[in-house]
Design a protein. Structure first.
Lengths: 392, 324
């Protein structure tokens, strides 16, 4: 569908990821046996955020991202975010990475669904960008990368018509289709129902450019209004708010895309395990993708731009847990239903030599010795590339 | 007028958030109604018996022949009713497929010119209408409208004309649905900037009128007794006289983008949900709210508007209402 969707998907998901990591880094309990000073911890947090943000906004990476292209599969995009989350000294176990990705995707799905107008997705993106800018405000070099990205967003998206934005929105909604993971912060705020579906309000301000429903005007042949009728529309709407700013600075007006984790509360996800949901999820994901090879090539090009900072020693890396305790994290990994597993692409298993070589080089740069980034299917499953992808 | 909710029809996968994502074909001789709903690269078809006892399902994938890449996303599926046959048309990113009405056999395939590497402008087909005795018209993302000549049987379908009037992507198309032979206008096409073109069919289609938009996409359009009924992204519905472009009425109908509207041709009921009759009486008839659902398809199930059905994004059912 729209070939301009990927940058918005990436930036918004990336923004949500940063909100969550920032919250967890602040809330993380520091092990008692490590005698650290408070400001070292603060430095660590800032360093992790800076490392991830500078990787996200790497010029070469963004160049690839902004090229017209179809959206990646969920597998491929998850691989990119795995990579991004590990662009610093921070480490995440698989269960935490899964939970992080669940939260990111459900948050952005919610924002896309609730946007009053399709064009407002751009305002949501600017909310994320504004927050990212605030994270790195004390580091001029990264700040300039972020500013550069604002300009690219403005250049690419502000000229688009309402219909083109709707196509982007429809493309995003297909990507998020059938995802109904329950997020406790959404359940508590009553924006999500217990069946995982979001609440769509029938009250509040109408979108900018829309009139409050309820009026019928009839005209004569000469264009004169001859009759006016009111009807009750069943909702409880008020006039539109003023339009948010589509420039580098300015009040965005829309609150979607701002940091909902600023009040520190533990965030749990519940995996909606109804059989209907899982059947649907399976029906979408199990169709062999003949484009797997092409997608790997695209992924290689994209990830080639994700420069990684090598950690000098394993000791400097520290693990972040998205759960309250290590035991909870372990339990989450064991009990995660199959249909919710994110099959991250196992690069070693590919037969495409060129993509494999390039990707292996990139992935090898940061995979620590003995550590498996991707869920391993240790033995290669034979010659069929598709079978290997499906077997992950 | 009141409607009450009937038992929903379950479908195999959920509806995608696409314009006009529900098509209905009534097969009176067999007491059956067919429904079709698009899910990504698949069409869910359900055949429902009128007594509500039998349902059968079929899923069609947009597998284009001679194409080795993955199946593409489907933009729309709709039945086209011609005097001697009914054709199911699927439009996707790669092209246009036509099937016999039960989806069993593909009778025609038209490939779009898709570039080697993706361009900023998306490529797809969208907007389907059966016109008069033998034409099926399909819109394209470039703004072109393809006119196909369809014989009374067989697969000798040919592209007879390309109408180049719109500059923006076609969103929807509609043919005159009242059955009246007096109407001069046969077809209306709508695009992403809200522009409407009114046509007369024939060996060469003739442009009768252009009704300018107001920089807002017109996502759903119908033509009834010479009146264009158009739904816009602002939630507004407008009624124009097709030939002259004179605006008859403007309704602030919805608080969100209109995804679909339909007319019951015998009664003039407009699902979204107003009735209109000549000379222009618009009466608001009925409101219904499907909780927490973004509606993407709405269709009357019969010519009088006695029953209608809706689909919603992420919903795996077709919700039905009948008059109380």
């Amino acid at each position: 569908m729209s070939s301009r969707t990927l940058p918005l998907l990436f930036i918004n998901l990336g923004g949500e990821m940063l909100y969550i990591l920032d919250q967890r880094l602040r809330a993380q309990n520091i092990p008692a046996d490590k005698a650290k000073k408070a400001d070292w911890i603060e430095d660590d947090r800032r360093r992790v955020m800076n490392d991830i943000i500078t990787t996200m906004f790497n010029k070469k990476f963004l160049e690839e991202l902004f090229k017209p292209q179809e959206l990646y599969s969920k597998k491929a995009l998850r691989t990119v975010f795995d990579r991004l989350a590990h662009a610093s000294i921070m480490r995440l176990n698989q269960a935490s990475m899964d939970k992080l990705y669940d939260l990111m995707t459900m948050a952005f799905k919610y924002q896309v669904l609730l946007c009053p107008r399709p064009k407002d997705i751009l305002l949501v993106s600017f909310n994320h960008m504004d927050a990212i800018k605030d994270f790195v405000k004390e580091t001029p070099s990264i700040l300039s990368q972020v500013d550069e990205t604002y300009k690219q967003l403005i250049e690419m998206y502000t000229p688009l018509s309402s219909g083109e934005f709707q196509l982007i929105r429809q493309t995003l909604l297909i990507f998020f289709q059938d995802m109904h993971i329950r997020v406790s912060i959404f359940l508590k705020d009553k924006v999500q129902n217990s069946n995982g579906r979001f609440v769509l309000p029938t009250s509040g301000p109408v979108p900018h450019g829309t009139q409050i429903p309820g009026l019928i005007r009839m005209f004569s042949c000469s264009g004169e209004e001859v009759k006016k009728l009111q009807f009750r529309n069943g909702g409880n709407y008020t006039s539109a708010l003023r339009e948010g700013s589509f420039e580098m600075f300015g009040e965005r007006v829309i609150k979607l895309g701002t940091n909902m984790y600023s009040v520190s509360r533990p965030v749990e996800t519940h995996l909606s395990g109804t059989s209907k949901n899982s059947a649907q999820q399976k029906s979408v994901n199990t169709t062999p993708n003949p484009l797997a090879k092409e997608e790997l090539n695209m992924l290689a090009r994209l990830m080639g731009g994700l420069e990684v900072q090598k950690t000098s020693s394993v000791d400097n890396g520290f693990r972040v847990n998205l759960f309250a305790t290590d035991e909870e994290e372990e339990e989450a990994l064991i009990s995660r239903p199959d249909e919710f597993s994110y099959d991250v692409i196992n690069i070693q298993a590919t037969k495409n030599q060129r993509a494999n070589a390039e990707l292996a080089k990139i992935m090898g740069d940061f995979t620590e010795e003995g550590e498996e980034l991707c869920p391993s299917s240790a033995s290669s499953k034979g010659d069929d590339l598709l079978a290997m992808m499906d077997g992950l | 007028m009141m409607y009450h909710k009937e038992k929903s029809i379950q479908i195999k996968s959920s509806a995608s958030a696409l314009y006009n994502n529900l098509s209905v074909l009534r097969i009176a001789p067999r007491n059956l109604t067919y429904f079709s709903v698009v899910h990504a690269n698949m069409v869910n078809m359900v055949s429902a018996s009128w007594d509500g006892l039998n349902y059968s399902h079929r899923q069609l994938q947009s597998k284009e022949p001679n194409v080795t890449t993955s199946s593409s996303l489907i933009m729309q599926a709709a039945w086209c009713v011609l005097p001697y046959r009914e054709i199911l048309v699927l439009t996707s990113q790669k092209g246009i497929q036509m099937y016999e009405s039960d989806g069993s056999i593909m009778v025609y395939w038209h490939a779009l010119d898709t570039p080697e590497t993706p361009t900023a402008q998306a490529v797809f087909a969208r907007g389907i209408a059966a016109v008069r005795d033998k034409y099926i018209c399909v819109g394209i993302s470039s703004g072109s409208v393809l006119v196909f000549d369809v014989p009374s049987k067989g697969s000798n379908i040919t592209l007879s004309e390309v109408l180049e009037e719109h500059k923006e992507s076609i969103t929807d198309m509609a043919s005159e649905c009242s059955g009246s032979l007096e109407c001069i206008a046969d077809l209306v096409s709508a695009d992403d900037s809200g522009n409407l073109s009114v046509w007369k069919s024939g060996e060469d289609f003739q442009l009768l009128n252009k009704i300018p938009g107001f920089d807002m996409s017109c996502s759903s359009v119908k033509l009834w007794k010479g009146t264009v009924v158009a739904g816009y992204g602002t939630g507004q519905i407008r009624l124009y006289e097709a030939i002259t472009g004179i605006i008859h009425a403007e309704i602030n109908a919805h608080a969100r983008w209109i995804y679909s509207l339909d007319i019951a041709p015998f009664s003039g009921l407009v699902r979204s949900a107003f009735t209109c009759s000549l000379p222009f009486q618009i009466v608001h008839m009925y409101n219904e709210c499907v909780t927490d659902t973004q509606i993407c398809g709405a269709k009357f199930c019969d010519g009088d508007g006695y029953a209608f059905a809706v689909t919603g994004y992420d919903l795996s059912e077709i919700i039905r209402y009948t008059q109380a």
